[in-house]
Write a protein that binds this ligand. Structure first.
Ligand code: NAD
Ligand code: TYD
Length: 341
């Protein structure tokens, strides 16, 4: 089986490639990635020399390049996306282009080349804000709140249209917030861990009582592989974690595990349109594919904190250049008063 993985130099894609190559001796992987600010070949250290792995630099919006690279592949796992909500708020254009136009190109080429399975990687954010105590299952309405989640919902609907119209063999996974090794530190947990390592302020948006459903990336990768191998065509599968927690409580947890003081907490101006709660029901994954998340938050946090502490060269690499200007732009002039919310 030859798998075309898009976005394999990003956080989840690189973990997925490592997961597959370590388990599946008869799988080959073509990693197709544009290497945006979030794509980093250092995420694939130790993989590049693998005989069953190859890398092609390219944009998923470039139809001819995608077609050339995808030829001969049996299946597609489509991770590539602009994945950060904050960036999508301040500059929606590239997010909509990659997530919607890019997915449209992927579908067009995969259909033409008659791939046998297309796994589209989506997110719980397409369901939008949950009320207190409410959970989303796969039948819940799509009510995205940010340009990022709207572009993901749009791409999900394109996938759905291909299934209905052309009988195209696609499956969608919608996972909750992932965390773990190799995550770019613009996202909440790596930002908190790496700032705490340097005794820098930890920016908490608004009152910090927003809830997220935390899923360790290894659990997600195991779920995506199960969907690739055994997921039913045309279906959507939710993949959520064990722990749903308020941001503030997760940060305090991290500080306790790292032996750092709560005085590092810094309440900053909230994100516009910020969803209060994400929470998934995942019985379908359990019943159909025997998948349940296995890594509790405490265990996953300990492992992730250790990973960032032990990978200072990787961290120095990603924090250079773009990250420094991003951080200055989004955080250094941010309103630091709770009254501003
Ligand atoms: P990431 O930002 O770490 O990586 C994205 C990768 O896609 C990068 O390697 C980047 O270079 C590549 N890419 C971006 N635009 C491209 C383009 N036009 N052409 C080719 N490659 C391009 O993202 P991630 O966190 O690994 O997320 C992967 C997927 O999982 C995304 O589809 C995202 O929406 C989804 N997802 C992420 C999370 C999460 O918590 N991180 C949760 C649910 C769903
Ligand atoms: P994030 O990692 O951006 O994921 P998402 O918005 O896709 O859920 O953020 C996770 C949560 O953390 C979200 O409620 C926003 C919040 N957050 C902060 O409080 N401070 C920060 O600096 C960041 C990046 C996020």
């Amino acid at each position: 089986m030859k798998i075309f993985v898009t976005g394999g130099a990003g956080f989840i894609g690189s973990n997925f490639i490592r997961h597959v190559l370590s388990l599946k001796k008869d799988y080959q992987i073509v990693n197709y990635d544009k290497l945006t600010y979030a794509g980093n070949l250092a995420n694939l250290d130790g993989v590049a020399e693998h005989t069953k792995y190859s890398f092609v630099k390219g944009d998923i919006c470039d139809l001819q390049a995608v077609e050339k690279a995808m030829k001969g592949c049996h299946a597609v796992v489509h991770f590539a996306a602009e994945s950060h909500v904050d960036r999508s708020i301040y500059e929606p254009g590239p997010v909509i282009e990659t997530n919607m136009t890019g997915t449209a190109v992927m579908l067009q080429v995969a259909r033409k080349l008659q791939v046998e399975k297309f796994v589209h990687i989506s997110t719980d954010e397409v369901y939008g804000d949950m009320r207190p105590g409410q959970f989303a299952d796969e039948e819940s309405q799509l009510q995205p709140s940010s340009p990022y989640s709207a572009s993901k919902a749009g791409s999900d609907l394109l996938v759905r249209s291909y299934v209905r119209t052309y009988g195209f063999p696609a499956v969608i996974t919608r996972s909750s917030n992932n965390y773990g090794p190799y995550q770019f530190p613009e996202k909440f947990l790596p930002l908190v861990i790496t700032n705490a390592m340097d005794n820098k302020a930890l920016p908490i948006y608004g009152d910090g009582k927003q809830q997220r459903d935390w899923l360790h990336v290894e659990d997600n990768c195991r779920g995506v592989l199960a969907v690739l191998e055994r997921g039913r065509e045309g279906q959507v599968y939710n993949l959520g974690g064990i722990d749903i927690e308020e941001n503030l409580s997760v940060v305090k947890h991290v500080l306790r595990l790292m032996g750092k003081p709560e005085s590092l907490l810094s309440y900053v101006k909230d994100r516009p349109g910020h969803d209060r709660r994400y929470a998934l029901r995942c019985e379908k994954m359990e019943k159909e594919l025997g998948w349940t998340p296995s890594i509790p938050l405490e265990q996953g946090l300990l492992q992730t904190i250790d990973w960032y502490k032990n990978n200072s060269a990787w961290l120095a690499g990603v924090r250079g250049g773009d990250y420094r200007s991003y951080y200055a732009k989004y955080y250094e002039n941010r309103d630091h008063s709770l009254q501003a919310i």
